[in-house]
Design a protein around this ligand. Sequence first.
Ligand code: PLP
Length: 414
Amino acid sequence: MSARIETAVGLDVGRIREDFPALRQTVHGHPLVYLDNAATSQKPRAVLDAIMRFYERDCANVHRGVHQLSERSTAAYEGARETVRQFLNAAAPAEIVYTRGATESINLVAQTYGRANLRAGDEIVVSGLEHHSNIVPWQMLAAEKGAILRVAPIDDRGEIVPEEYRKMLGPRTRIVALAQVSNALGTINPVREMIAQAHAAGAVALIDGAQAAPHMPVDVQDLDCDFYAFSGHKAFGPTGIGVLFGKASLLDAMPPWQGGGDMIRSVTFEKTTFNDPPYKFEAGTPHIAGAIGLGAAIDYVTTIGLDRVAAWEHELLVYGTEALERVPGLRLIGTARRKAAVLSFVLEGVHPHDIATILDGQGIAIRAGHHCAQPIMERFGLTATSRASLAFYNTYREIDALVEGLGKVREIFE
Ligand code: PLP
């Protein structure tokens, strides 16, 4: 495919790829074709430089020192929070809590908001396509509280059945927790409407944005979600850093989770008073370099523009869907009408792990397994799929390489 086509939505993908050192390597003697972005994304030079700059020049603890280095690191750490606020269009930086990732963000809500507000017999609604990290924390909470976990079913395309979801909402629903985008199928859920329906039933809504925030514009005020979770490492930032957005009124009223430094206002052996959000939820020395790296990643993708990212990834999805549909014996799993650039598939007579291993031999990185979403695999009568998941630095040529690679897989198994 020509470079001209790869700038069809105004993105110079060839130029962008130069910003990602990891994309330049060869694997098993082949140029790396990295199609495992739903698991984690590669990092642009700007992120690596920001982390390096912090450790080389500004390394000091935050919020505690009056010295120059601490002032610099605090400014960079809090500056990144403001960058995240703008990225999500949250109303205030106090609504942005740093966590280790989407998983910790969801656990934080379950363990603070959930523990404080749920009673026996209350209901938590999730959908059948959730990642384990948006299932297990709620199961744990339900077990502790005697609450009930209800699961909105998924149709054959991989979409949540809207009328079944609506029927599930009732006077006992306290929390609705939904993925904006499914990591296993790519389904984009109509979360704006679903949040409004949750609110109408009197529930709060948490959106798991792990697969959405890196790939499309997100506006938490427009969505009107109560909580929004995502991970830095899937958004071109470092591992070990993530975000929980929470509406200020909810974060204010929630009890803290972990105790320690920074989350307190004063401590005596008789009584401790807690700091305001977001610090109330950030006990101990935070992942300062991670937050700074995340800020740099967001600056990077924002400069490209999330609209253009989404448009290009959609082009790749359409191209990839058509190309994979032509592979004999291949069945796509997840054919929702609104999809992100995730291509999950099975190939007749070949185990997904064998596919991934053979492709790796050709330098092509995809994922095989249950994708930490066993219930949705079971819904399709499967234990595993192969999954190619795309990012804005992927190209038509890489999809061609995937299809050629699958041809070789078929030759081996014929
Ligand atoms: N939610 C979804 C939809 C995901 O795809 C993932 C990771 O794959 C997570 C949550 C958990 O993210 P992390 O492991 O970064 O906490």
